[in-house]
Design a protein around this ligand. Structure first.
Ligand code: CP
Ligand code: NVA
Length: 308
């Protein structure tokens, strides 16, 4: 893996290794073991859009591992005044060991990576959110003991997080049901790539537009906002289209009793998820958020760690 722009930049084995490494690093942090696997390494964090979890978890991950992170808001860089992406990529590559970027348009990070001589990590684009999914897989493994024989159902918008989940499920041979309105399906290219990968891994990725039917006997319900960053002008249309897809107590009661409810956060209570569900006993959203930290460390070590 040279960059992490799509979750499918990793092979199945690499993805499993990253999850296992995240588990190990989590255990070390809980034991108070201090490490300096990234001593003298620097990470540039370029953000074109806001972030709480991704920004803080990457920064703390670098600090915990003995390295240094620089938060670089898009408009505080010369990028905001029109300096080309390709120039910024070549300049930052001379200073730091890796760059993580959150961008509006996926093509921006693809172009940046083309010119960067250091690893580039996707901290969310309109197409994918790979780092989120590493943390999510760790969370599912912790709660369900395995990533096999687990039925995961995505409910809501076929968005960036959904796209990365589909590719991860394909890589790991998982069972995933996508329940979205027919006019908000995940990215077509992502789905066909996932189907290709699934031929080798045996993953079962299916579509069921009716969320009540989709969640039957499922182990994991995963949802995300109905209006992602950059889609604010579509808000009214989206709120109407997604109304039947709310993760509420009725929907959760149709799944297995021990179903876990996941959300990458930030959540909009009363829209895609109710307050009762997010605060309820099936919700694992804060463990999931914590796992972002352990996952980021594993990703960083895989990309720029010399020894660990
Ligand atoms: N889940 C996630 O990426 O959250 P932030 O937007 O706060 O980083
Ligand atoms: N789908 C959401 C995820 C936020 C972490 C968005 O893109 O805004």
């Amino acid at each position: 893996m040279q960059h992490l722009i799509s979750i499918s930049d990793m092979s199945s084995d690499e993805l499993i290794e990253v999850i296992e490494l995240a588990e190990k690093l989590k255990a070390e942090r809980y034991k108070g073991i201090v490490t300096d696997y990234l001593k003298n390494k620097s990470l540039a964090m370029v953000f074109e859009l806001p972030s709480t979890r991704t920004r803080v978890s990457f920064e703390v991950a670098m600090t915990d591992l003995g390295g240094h992170a620089l938060y670089l808001g898009w408009n505080e860089l010369q990028l905001g005044r029109g300096e080309p992406i390709k120039d910024t990529a070549r300049v930052l590559s001379r200073y730091v060991h890796a760059v993580t970027m959150r961008v509006r348009e996926h093509s921006t990070i693809v172009e940046f990576a083309e010119y960067s001589t250091v690893p580039v990590i996707n901290a969310l684009s309109n197409l994918e959110h790979p780092c989120q999914i590493v943390a999510d897989l760790l969370t599912i493994k912790e709660y369900k003991g395995s990533l096999k024989d687990v039925k995961v159902v995505w409910v809501g918008d076929g968005n960036n997080v959904c796209n990365s989940l589909i590719l991860a499920a394909a890589l790991l041979g998982m069972e995933l049901v996508i329940s979205t309105p027919n006019n908000h399906l995940p990215d077509e290219k992502v789905v066909s790539r996932a189907k290709e990968i699934a031929k080798d891994t045996g993953a079962k990725i299916t579509f069921e537009a009716n969320p009540k039917a989709a969640v039957k006997d499922c182990d994991v319900i995963y949802t995300d906002v109905w209006v992602s960053m950059g889609q604010e002008s579509e808000r009214d249309e989206r709120l109407k289209a997604f109304l039947p897809y709310q993760v509420n107590e009725d929907l959760v009661n149709r799944a297995k009793d021990d179903v876990i409810v996941m959300h990458c956060l930030p959540a909009h209570r009363g829209e895609e998820i109710t307050d009762a569900v997010i605060e309820g006993t099936n919700s694992v959203v804060f463990d999931q958020a914590e796992n972002r930290l352990h996952a980021q460390k594993a990703i960083l070590l895989k990309l720029i760690g010399d020894e660990y």
